[in-house]
Write a protein that binds this ligand. Structure first.
Ligand SMILES: N[C@@H](CCC(=O)N[C@@H](CS)C(=O)NCC(=O)O)C(=O)O
Length: 213
């Protein structure tokens, strides 16, 4: 298997956590996003979206989109499971994961930030304000959702990590990098601390990647 990766990509970070939790190793191909390698012809031939992660399977199939990759891994390597066994719990876990992956993360993506400063001419301070604004909007709702639901345990759903935690931990890392004040999100940070104790989450962290700068 080969993972197209970049240390600071939170979508790739999700896949790194998932691979590590499953105990699956993948060769790594580093796509330097800051240098624009994601828009190079060779990479666009692999993933026409020009985004990481991409996973090439041992059979040579090419998978894109972190959540699709993670669900494929979960179906291919069933233990430990990333989704609960009952349909209602699965929907809950997916709703947390999607709130992060679809409703927070895209606003923080590099190409969006570059459009704000490049095409629209916003200042760096305005760009950073945008970044923090969308994290706060998303985290405020997630904090409410998780803090008042008895299905929340040590992790987002019960006492074992799921797809929801695989999405939450990288988004918390992004928030910290942007110096978002996380004091208003005690449930999210408590869960993040529980994730940070697990070897798979530690191994997948940006600062532990070979391409970290
Ligand atoms: N929905 C996609 C998002 C992928 C994505 O946005 N990746 C970012 C890094 S976190 C990227 O490659 N950005 C390159 C760019 O913006 O030019 C997924 O979950 O895989």
């Amino acid at each position: 298997m080969k993972l197209y990766d970049y240390f600071r990509s939170s979508a790739a970070y999700r896949v790194r956590i998932a691979l590590a939790l499953k105990g699956v190793t993948a060769e790594r191909a580093f796509v330097h996003l800051r240098n624009g390698v994601q828009r190079s012809e060779p990479y666009l031939a692999v993933n026409p979206q020009g985004l990481v992660p991409t996973l090439e399977t041992e059979e040579g199939d090419v998978l894109t989109q972190s959540l699709a990759i993670i669900e494929w891994l979960d179906e291919t390597y069933p233990s430990p499971a990333f989704l609960p066994s009952d349909a209602m719990s699965r929907a809950r876990v997916r709703s947390i994961a999607l709130a992060i992956a679809c409703d927070i993360h895209p606003h923080n993506n590099l190409r969006v930030l570059q459009y704000l400063t490049g095409t629209l001419g916003l200042s760096d301070a305005q760009r950073d304000g945008w970044y923090k604004y969308w994290i706060d909007i998303g985290f405020e709702a997630l904090e409410q959702q998780l803090s008042r639901d008895s299905d929340t345990g040590r992790f987002c759903h019960g006492d074992a990590p799921t797809l929801a935690d695989i999405c939450l931990a990288p988004q918390l890392a992004n928030a910290r990098r942007m110096k978002v004040d996380l004091a208003a999100y005690p449930t999210l940070t408590r869960i993040g601390a529980a994730c940070a104790e697990l070897p798979a989450f530690i191994a997948a962290a940006p600062e532990h990647q070979p391409d970290a700068e």
